[in-house]
Write a protein that binds this ligand. Structure first.
Ligand code: DGJ
Length: 719
């Protein structure tokens, strides 16, 4: 519910309240974010005459300073010396932005910009507060989209330049949250290619902390999803809230502690990709930040994120709802294939029960390695020995669906496209562009290059029967400059993301039956923005089950596991050279979309038979998995253990992997979570009450072999 009383806005979700207040001069202060309260409150901040904290707007009142008050949208020039969410240089080169309340509206729907991804769907409400700086002619609307039955809301800005000249933005953040008191931990997810989303929890007490991506993508290195937890918060108790930037470009996350030990948290588009010029009469909408809240620990927070994203963010595609099991030829063949080899892989996979064959990189132009042809989106018929259509038709005749890999935002110098349009490559005029994986960025901010790539994709989708697209992106954006448009770095970087979204939107809307899987060298663009278009994202280029268990466990803090592209790959593993039993590889892929990334012609009959049974088991349980909550049970030196529990608690999937074994090992006991205490579950041929499993616990019966695992569906036999 959204209410407005006595100059105080009060957003009430399932268990939380968020409040802000218009002060005497019309400045919007932040009053409260936390567990639900019924009363309207003003900021708790003690007002005192504080040295060197000025009194902008209140010249007669030395106790009132925006330098110490919690602000709802921090700017420069108001006597607040903390980091601003919005930093703008006006047409006369001054940097002041003095925003005052002008009006507000409340809508009974979730409002979303057409250009950007964000929360959608029934049951939402939106509060729009309009602020204005009349002297410098800027209008800022703050949007709060609330889904009152969830512990969640999102926030974004619409900024209009009503002045006669251009405005230059040096910071354009969507959210700034001032926390007046409390002891917090910050949880962030850092990593690298092939080892994304390492879990970091540290005391939030540094003076400033900056966690940003300037790569033009959300990046492998730091994910734009963060959790702030009260210091004593555990997986199952305590207060925590998350912030997700719904954006796939560079971003900026900043926490600063002020002189009075309050914290300011800022999240939005990347400062390092600024400045952004807003011309006279123009408007920019900033990306949404989704905020979720939990007063029952981190598992509860993750399940709120998961429920909200599945219902109100992720594109619901008919094929994704069926959870097709796919086989992807990448690790089976890399670039070394022809049509016959692919058909043989598909034929064998079909016998295992696979639904969808995905042809990865190397099918187009004259691409036989990663050095050429990006941009030449026409099939290499000589290599395939047939047209793409006939390959697709032959796969369909086997009763399988056909998927294709593309990397639309890229161009190779060795390509027909580059030879014809060298000025479509993103680069600065006077320096050689930076090369990465032998490829360059296609300047999709250029209208002509954009319509070329749009037509190339539509042409493929119109002429070949394609059911699935893997949308890849294999380098970071350097040289962020359009040789044709010559716009400022911020405009180019943001327009690049908008054009990407526009392309994805065309596919999502005009080819709505096609299932999109996002990818950026694995999980380099695993973010809430991409999830809006691509219901699943390839989680990592690392397919080693042991590493994957870690990446999946950590990613589950902030993303729904049903969106994790997860495959069973060959052994020894291509990234870690480790040999992990097929049962364990399969158990981990089960906690994701389940697919194969191997040559089924090269596996033993025994492994083939096992996979056949597993694929059948996955298909028969996948609907229940989609409708389950995930509980992180344990991650230690020895074991990683997850439990997914159907929302009606009638079944649960217990997954555990033994990572390290010693002689005369310690026993491994776990306490399960999320079950119905009164139901009786069958576990390893014995019956236990939910309350017993959650309190007394369970000893995990691992087999006597290397890297054993458990993947066991527990059913409620009595309620
Ligand atoms: C990176 C992806 O993550 C891989 O799965 C594969 O599609 C390659 N790109 C192909 O170039």
């Amino acid at each position: 519910m959204i209410a407005f009383n006595n100059n105080i806005f009060h957003l009430t979700g399932k268990d939380f309240s968020y409040q802000m207040m218009i002060d005497e001069k019309g400045v919007l202060l932040h009053s409260y974010y936390g567990k639900r309260i019924e009363e309207e409150v003003s900021p708790i901040t003690e007002q005192k005459d504080r040295g060197f904290s000025p009194n902008a707007l209140f010249f007669d009142k030395r106790t009132y300073s925006y330098d110490s008050l919690p602000l709802e949208l921090s700017t420069l020039g108001m006597g607040d010396f903390r980091k601003p969410a919005i930093a703008v240089e006006n047409e006369d080169n001054s940097i002041t932005l003095n925003l005052r309340y002008h009006s507000h509206e409340i809508f009974n729907e979730a409002k979303k910009s057409e250009l950007l991804p964000g929360l959608y769907g029934g049951g939402g409400e939106t509060l729009v507060i309009t602020l204005k700086d009349d002297a410098y002619c800027i209008e800022v609307k703050i949007y709060y989209v609330l889904f009152p039955s969830y512990n969640a809301f999102s926030r974004y800005l619409e900024i209009k330049n009503l002045a006669e000249g251009d405005k230059t933005f040096h910071s354009l953040s969507s959210t700034s949250l001032d926390l007046s008191f409390g002891k917090y931990d910050l949880i962030s997810f850092t990593g690298r290619h092939c080892f994304e989303r390492n879990f970091n929890r540290s005391k939030m007490d540094a003076l400033t902390l900056n966690a940003s991506s300037s790569r033009g993508t959300s990046s492998h290195q730091i994910n734009p999803a963060f959790i702030i937890a009260e210091r004593e918060t555990t997986e199952d108790t305590g207060i925590a809230f998350s912030l997700h930037l719904v954006y796939s470009g560079s971003f900026n996350f900043n926490i600063s502690k002020d002189q009075y030990s309050s914290y300011r948290v800022i999240l939005g588009m990347g400062d390092e990709n600024m400045p952004y010029i807003l011309k006279k009469g123009e408007m920019i909408t900033t990306p949404q930040v989704i905020h979720t809240f939990s007063d029952k620990g981190l598992n509860n927070l993750s399940n709120t994120i998961s429920d909200l994203f599945k219902e109100h963010l992720i594109n619901k595609n008919t094929l994704s709802c069926k959870a097709p099991v796919l086989i992807n030829n990448w690790e089976a063949t890399y670039f070394d294939f022809d049509g016959t080899k692919l058909i043989n892989i598909a034929r064998k996979a079909k016998k295992l029960g696979v639904d969808l064959f995905v042809l990865d990189d190397g099918w187009f132009g004259k691409r036989n390695d990663d050095k050429s042809s990006l941009g030449d989106w026409f099939a290499n018929e000589e290599k395939l020995g047939m047209s793409l259509s006939s390959l697709s038709d032959r796969i369909h005749k086997m009763g399988m669906k056909f998927g294709l890999w593309i990397e639309p935002e890229m161009i190779s110098r060795d390509s027909k496209l580059y030879r014809e349009h060298p000025d479509w490559l993103m680069r600065t005029p006077k320096q050689e562009p930076v090369k990465s994986r032998d490829q360059y960025i296609l300047d999709i901010t250029n209208d002509e290059a954009f319509s070329y790539i749009k037509n190339a994709i539509c042409n493929l989708l119109d002429n070949v029967k394609i059911d699935y697209i893997k949308w890849d992106m294999n380098r970071s954006l350097s040289d962020i400059y359009s040789p044709v448009n010559r716009t400022k770095r911020g405009n180019t970087a943001h327009n690049f993301v908008l054009r990407l979204y526009h392309l994805l939107n065309i596919v999502k809307t005009n080819y709505s039956n096609i299932l999109l899987e996002g990818c950026s060298g694995g999980g380099g663009r695993f973010d809430a923005g991409m999830l809006y278009y691509t219901p699943q994202i390839w989680l990592s280029d690392n397919t080693d089950a042991l590493n994957r268990a870690e990446i999946q466990y950590n990613s589950s803090y902030v993303y729904p596991f049903s969106a994790f592209g997860a495959h069973v790959s060959a052994v020894p593993n291509h990234q870690t050279y480790r040999t992990i039993p097929i049962e364990t590889r399969s158990a981990i892929a089960f906690l994701g979309t389940y697919g194969l990334e191997l040559d089924p012609e090269k596996i033993s009959d025994e492994d083939g038979n096992f996979l056949k049974t597993e694929i059948k088991r996955f298909k028969s349980y996948s609907n229940k998995l989609k409708n389950s909550h995930l509980y992180r049970i344990e991650k230690s030196q020895y074991v990683t253990c997850f439990l997914t529990v159907e929302k009606n608690r009638k079944s649960a999937l217990l997954t555990a992997i033994l990572k390290e074994r010693e002689g005369n090992p310690l026993p491994i006991y776990v306490k399960l979570k999320g079950l119905d205490p009164n139901y009786t579950y069958s576990v390893f041929d014995k019956l236990y009450k939910g309350s017993t499993l959650m309190n007394y616990g369970l000893s995990l019966p691992f087999e006597n072999k290397e890297y054993p695992s458990i993947s066991y569906i527990m059913k409620a036999v009595k309620s």
